[in-house]
Design a binder for this molecule. Structure first.
Ligand code: ATP
Length: 689
């Protein structure tokens, strides 16, 4: 059995100083007992042991002294009559015994108060359990004590107990591999190795033993609930855009691969980065791709799961998680949703916990000696404390925004390829334009939906049209998280974080600001920008300056909704303008049926509208039934929808029927009707065609 001298010291001096109650947080009962025995020896005390299962136990030989029928409060009651001088009262299963047991809690409090009054420095209660549970009433009396993980020398002692003839070099390697585990876990693992490898541990089976330790360790990590080993398939090439961030990661990889040389040269060992920004834009993907790039295991730390209810619990969890990560190093430690440690915390105690947690994390980040590369990710940068965002804490703080046009194109390409499609056979420029305001996750979603619908369709092929439909059907995260997104973008701009993407001009936050600039030329610049968002455009199309409004409506990305609202304006409306109407009729996003109805008396406008419209669609053909001019346009179409053919013939117009007579795709019935129209020139044309 190994012992930590600092714990021994801490306990003995605290008891002497009059501290009356300790919570020994450990699952290692044997080790806890061993330590208490040592403390008792030093202080010349006795240990009185109680557990929930039986009652009072003789500490030395575990003989039952007094049954309590599973009621710890009974044992506590009996303790009031005992002489407590020079006693350590060990209560095992403390959590099980005290939780939901107000009588036991009250009696324990009473007992502690009695000790403080009459036996100060002469008696102490030690509660022991694998999980921390400290009732609020007892909090002021209790000091939480953590059994530290065994250090390298202690681990070596344990290994040599099992393998006395082990070679020194192998001993060092095995001890390092076992670090991060508690004594219990190490003992069990060593017994298992002994059995599996016939009590042998030498150069011949060293590799196998280490692999076994690693396997077992992964299981222990999974069980700990605070860390997870993530299986990684993603590569840097799977990330569309984020070129700055990718370049930085490649540089870090270069340094890490030649670390000794780099340190010698004067380069500091890379610590890691914080990647903050929009949901669904590739932060987690980057963490995974980094582990692939570095060819190191990826450990995911869920901050939310660290947070315990009790004083000290969160730090303990954090300490254990970081120690485990160090023991697995070199590795990439992905601290997911970092802001969770700091949001939703109210009350003094809570903020104290998060600031202590932050303090511990920052110190570790500063002082860590093992090669653990941190990638912390966060959505809500507004929730992160400023000291975390200060330069120097992390090597870099990147901001990931919504992808720009070039990035969206790349993301489409990546996901089309993943879905076994030929990316080059689609109009990626047009599709990327349609995905404006979409996160990478939205684009991925749209691609997979369209591929599914292609699979279910009779023709079993994916078309640009199907992709467009799937994109239209996707409600982007930007819409569902509208308010949050605005907040993040503003904060990002204020903090001057490093953009993960190569900045092709303006960030969204800059555009938001410029859209309110008193100088109309600035507002015009935003109106013309390829990546301007719908929200910003919605303001700019109502700008007081005509030039700005014209620019906003001329933007190829101006959405249908805004165009349709404008085209519907009456001429007496303050925002109506003929020059804008001329822009609208040329815009491919305007609703064709609506625009035809509104512009029906202006043949020039109709001609413009027809240039951009998809006249194969039934609704657009239906719109052309508006008047004789538009009917003539419809009659010239090759494929006229069956429902519209008889309606056109029924107009009994010679010019229309002349056009229809040239059509090879009318139905039999409709040819018959044309003949019945009984016009010679129509019949001659029919005969010709
Ligand atoms: P959250 O904060 O919500 O966890 P996140 O930024 O971590 O979001 P990811 O989990 O990385 O987002 O992205 C979700 C999915 O969207 C990824 O698995 C990936 O398929 C796709 N995706 C997001 N961004 C990109 C990108 N830049 N390139 C390729 N795919 C992307």
């Amino acid at each position: 059995m190994t012992i930590s001298h600092s714990i021994l010291q801490q306990l003995t001096t605290s008891i002497r100083a009059g501290y009356s109650c300790f919570y020994l947080h450990t699952a290692e009962t044997a080790r806890a007992e061993f330590i208490l025995q040592e403390v008792a020896n030093k202080l010349e005390f006795n240990v009185m042991e109680y557990n929930l299962a039986q009652g009072k136990i003789r500490f030395a030989n575990k003989e039952l002294q007094k049954e309590n029928n599973g009621r710890i409060e009974q044992s506590l009651n009996e303790l009031f009559d005992e002489d407590l001088e020079k006693q350590i009262i060990l209560i095992k299963n403390a959590k099980l015994a005290l939780e939901n047991n107000p009588v036991a809690i009250a009696r324990l409090q009473h007992l502690i108060e009695k000790i403080e009054r009459h036996y100060s420095g002469e008696c102490a209660v030690v509660l022991q359990a694998a999980e921390v549970y400290i009732p609020a009433d007892l909090e002021p009396f209790i000091s939480l004590i953590e059994l530290p993980l065994p250090q390298n020398e202690q681990i070596k002692t344990l290994v040599t107990q099992h393998f006395p003839h082990i070679d020194n070099a192998i001993l060092s390697i095995v001890a390092t591999a076992l670090s991060g585990l508690n004594e219990n876990e190490i003992q069990k693992l060593l017994v298992l190795i002994k059995q599996r490898f016939n009590e042998q541990l030498n150069t011949q089976n060293e590799g196998e033993v280490l692999a076994e330790i690693q396997r077992q360790k992964e299981q222990i990590i999974a069980k700990s609930g605070v860390l997870e080993m993530v299986k990684v398939n993603e590569k840097l090439e799977d990330i569309g855009g984020l070129e700055n961030l990718k370049k930085w990661l490649k540089d870090q990889h270069q340094v890490l691969s030649h670390l000794d040389e780099a340190l010698e040269f004067g380069v500091k060992a890379p610590k890691g980065a914080l990647i903050a920004g929009m949901p669904g834009c590739g932060k987690s993907l980057t963490a995974k791709a980094t582990a692939s790039l570095f060819q190191q295991p990826l450990l995911r730390l869920d901050i939310g799961s660290l947070l315990g209810k009790y004083v000290g619990e969160s730090e303990t969890n954090m300490r254990r998680a970081l120690a485990m990560a160090e023991s697995i190093s070199p590795c990439v430690l992905w601290v997911d949703e970092l802001e969770k440690a700091f949001v939703g915390m109210t009350g003094n105690n809570a903020s104290e916990v998060s600031s202590r947690l932050l303090g511990y994390f920052l110190t570790w980040l500063q002082e860590k000696s093992k090669p653990v590369f941190i990638l912390a990710t966060a959505n809500d940068i507004t929730a992160l404390p400023p000291e975390l965002l200060r330069k120097g804490r992390f090597d870099e703080i990147f901001y990931v925004g919504f992808p720009n046009q070039v990035e969206r194109k790349k993301i489409l390409e990546i996901h089309l390829k993943k879905a076994k499609q030929k990316a080059e056979s689609f109009d990626l420029n047009e599709l990327a334009r349609l995905c404006r305001d979409y996160a990478g996750a939205d684009i991925e979603n749209a691609v997979y939906e369209s591929v599914k619908s292609a699979f279910l369709s009779p023709e079993k092929t994916l078309s640009t049209e199907k992709l467009k439909q799937a994109i239209k059907n996707t409600i982007p995260l930007r819409k569902t998280l509208k308010d949050k997104v605005g907040e993040y973008e503003k904060k990002f701009d204020e903090l001057y974080l490093t953009p993960a993407s190569i900045n092709d001009g303006l960030s969204i936050a800059q555009m938001v600001k410029m859209a309110k600039d008193p100088n109309y030329l600035e507002r015009k610049k935003v109106s013309e920008h390829e990546d301007v968002t719908e929200d910003i455009l919605a303001d700019l199309v109502k700008d007081k300056e005509l030039e700005v409004r014209k620019a906003a409506f001329s933007n190829p990305n101006c959405p249908t909704k805004l165009l349709d609202e404008q085209i519907s304006l009456k001429t007496d409306n303050a925002l109506y303008h003929k020059e804008i109407l001329e822009i609208l009729v040329k815009h491919s996003n305007v609703s064709f049926p609506l625009a035809i109805r509104i512009c029906k008396n202006n043949d020039n406008y109709i001609d413009e509208l027809v240039k951009n419209a998809d006249l194969s669609l039934e609704e657009n053909q239906q719109a052309l039934m508006e008047n004789e001019y538009t009917q003539k346009i419809l009659a010239k179409q090759e494929r006229i929808h069956l429902s519209l053919q008889p309606k056109l013939i029924a107009k009994s117009s010679l010019v229309i029927n002349q056009e229809l007579a040239k059509n090879r795709y009318l139905s039999q019935d409709n040819y018959q009707k044309l003949i019945e129209f009984n016009n010679e020139s129509v019949q001659i044309t029919m005969a010709k065609y």
